[in-house]
Design a binder for this molecule. Sequence first.
Ligand code: ADP
Length: 337
Amino acid sequence: MSSVLDKKPEKEDEVIDSALRPKTWSDYIGQEKIKENIRIILTAAKQRSQSPDHLLFYGNSGLGKTTLAQLVALEMEKEIRISSGPAIERAGDLAAILTNLNEGDVLFLDEIHRINNTVEEYLYPAMEDYKLNLILGKGPMARIMELKLPKFTLIGATTRPALLSAPLRSRFGAIFQLNFYKPEDIEKIVERSARLLGIRIEPDAIKIIAERSRFTPRVANRLLKRARDFAEVGGNGIITKETSEHALNFLEVDKMGLEPGDRKILLALIEKFDGGPVGLQSLSAAAMEEEDTILDIYEPYLMQMGFIERTPRGRIASRLAYEHLGIKIKNSQSQLI
Ligand code: ADP
């Protein structure tokens, strides 16, 4: 069974994602401060008839970074080109993308922390002076060709801002952190998505789906979609409190929004390391999950919920984690947490 946290959206999910993607600022629910800040930047840029500063968005997957970039392009009435750090392998790839932009366009680079060093070097003058210095040929015959680029706005997105080099980070005019959503905002998102998809859902069911969606819009939309399948197959098409609970229990998403992967990590921490402290490498080996997956997908939510604490000596399972999993805390551990 595929997890609701799968990083790569399935084909159907992509269709749903784009169908539900907010196309106006008022449809983009929550993150009010960020929206306000961005609108000031855009209004000022418009008044000066310039393209806005380069922007960096960071935060977990599914929190709305791509959507925000699309809203920026819409507001500026420009096109958006979407690519990602790992997709740009050579300077030539970057040149092809940049020279195809029109004046004022937005270039959205997802996973910008994974851009390779060579390409990154080329990005600096492109961001600063809108030019690209390409080296043609090799050895003594090599020549530098300067390409003038249209003025564009780069919007970088990352789940791991700490992995961005300082020179790259400093070239963004503004940096925004997208946080987990408030429960009431997620409820509004579920309600809006149900309306757009023509799904009938009871208010109690909206609450239940919102509660278990890790405060993340993409997860909320996926859970809604799964609950709809259950309502259509086993019920009368309406998502009731019971169908939503049944669907989420079947998907093994518990009342706190933890799914099997989260519980596997907590259990490894508690059972194999007595609750920690333990380093990421050992935890990753014991839980059989890649370190990056733990860092990007599981840990931010487990920390947000207070199940894991990060200390200088390693990760520790909190008292809450023991209680949630119904495991008794050993005496030796109780002084630590
Ligand atoms: P990210 O780029 O951070 O991974 P996306 O922008 O792709 O996230 O958002 C994933 C999905 O979640 C979008 O398709 C959209 O439907 C929904 N979504 C994200 N943010 C919001 C929001 N603030 N309001 C409503 N829906 C949102």
